[in-house]
Design a protein around this ligand. Structure first.
Ligand SMILES: *Cc1c(COP(=O)(O)O)cnc(C)c1O
Length: 368
């Protein structure tokens, strides 16, 4: 009999597929070298703070040692930044790992985990990995004025039931770029019982500028069941090092600590992240450049007849009248990488990260 481990896998994993990087980036980098415009992964084109790079160089010299399992240096810096006790923080090998760990620790075969349609892909993975029952609530319509394709918080609140242990929200969300207001989140949280955790993924939290937006964490005193995840991968430009964190009630982090891999935040990542955090000037420059370039790109795309959704992030979701694949292929052949979102059930869309002025220009030329 032939061997096939597929039959041995957890039933909840059978419908999943491995991460699809979209393109063979190493091959494209060889082919296009310096002229490749990488607008597929929502990275910060400015790169990290020079202070973070220096700190990483120094930390490399200490790589024969295990990292600090408590991430003390970064913990202290973040506790000060958010004015919380050190016990409110937990760290991950990117926030992806923390999103997974939350479901592993707080959901399971007898629990239900809720998310929105078009919500960040890791939410469905985390749910499946925990064996919990997924509950996916339809998103707002494409014509919604506030947040086309965004989370429908009222419908999500209506769908809550006793079995729901965990709700995943992303604000702003990837891949839609949409956001919900602080007030609507508060109204939602008021309807959630305390034995349901609400995880707000703020991977793009640093980019939020809309007047109705604020970090969910500002409400933590009122809602102890609130968890906020953040990352150094996007605005801080440290995607390659893998550093994420979450803010939560100490009783939440106390549970997470039992399963967290002790050395999941490596020493170079922790050191660089701490330095990046203190370079607020670099962050400010990244933010303002992104906002200017994003609005300019959205304007240029609109002039050419392309529609994009409103965004509070470092990317735009372009919605097409046709399938996105031929356009995407055309762009790749011209050295411009963007991401089609068919995997999210959005076959007529392309997600375009905001690049340097030069990269954005190359995208516009390739589209023409
Ligand atoms: C990029 C992203 C993350 C994860 O980033 P990490 O690199 O794992 O920290 C989490 N949530 C959303 C919505 C993202 O777009």
């Amino acid at each position: 009999m032939s061997f096939d481990a597929e039959r041995l896998a957890q039933p909840s994993l059978r419908t999943l597929r491995a991460y699809d990087p979209g393109h063979d980036l190493p091959a494209l980098r060889k082919r296009f070298a310096a002229v490749l415009a990488e607008l597929g992964s929502n990275e910060n084109p400015l790169g990290p703070s020079p202070q973070a790079m220096e700190a990483a160089q120094r930390a490399i010299g200490e790589m024969h040692r295990y990292p600090d399992p408590r991430a003390g240096m970064l913990r202290e810096a973040l506790a000060e930044k958010f004015a919380v006790s050190a016990a409110c923080l937990a760290f991950g090998n990117g926030s992806h790992e923390l999103l997974m760990l939350l479901a592993q620790c707080f959901a399971g075969p007898h629990a239900t985990v809720m998310r929105s349609q078009y919500g960040f892909a890791v939410f469905a993975l985390a749910t499946a990995a925990s064996g919990a029952k997924p509950l996916c609530v339809p998103a707002l319509s494409a014509d919604d004025r506030q947040a086309p394709l965004g989370h429908d918080l009222e419908a999500m609140a209506d769908a809550l039931h006793d079995g729901v242990r965990l709700v995943y929200l992303a604000n702003p969300n990837n891949p839609t770029g949409t956001w919900f207001s602080h007030d609507s989140l508060r109204a939602f949280l008021r309807r959630v019982p305390l034995d349901t955790l609400v995880v707000v993924d703020e991977a793009y939290g640093e980019y939020m500028q809309a007047p109705d937006l604020a970090s969910a964490w500002t409400m933590h005193a009122e809602f102890p069941n609130l968890v906020v995840t953040r990352t150094f991968s996007k605005a801080y430009a440290l995607a390659g090092l893998r550093a994420g964190y979450l803010l939560a009630h100490p009783s939440v982090t106390s549970v997470l600590e039992r399963l967290r891999e002790s050395f999941n935040l490596n020493h170079v990542a922790m050191t660089a992240a701490t330095a990046a955090l203190s370079d607020t000037q670099h962050l400010d420059i990244s933010m303002s450049r992104n906002a200017v370039a994003r609005d300019a790109l959205a304007g240029e795309l609109a002039r050419r007849g392309y529609r994009t959704l409103p965004s509070q992030t470092n990317f735009l979701l372009m919605t097409l009248e046709t399938l996105a694949d031929p356009i995407e292929h055309h762009l790749i052949e011209r050295g411009v990488v963007v991401r089609p979102m068919g995997g999210y059930g959005l076959p007529g869309t392309l997600r375009i990260s905001i690049g340097t002025a030069d990269e954005n220009q190359r995208l516009l030329e390739a589209l023409a």
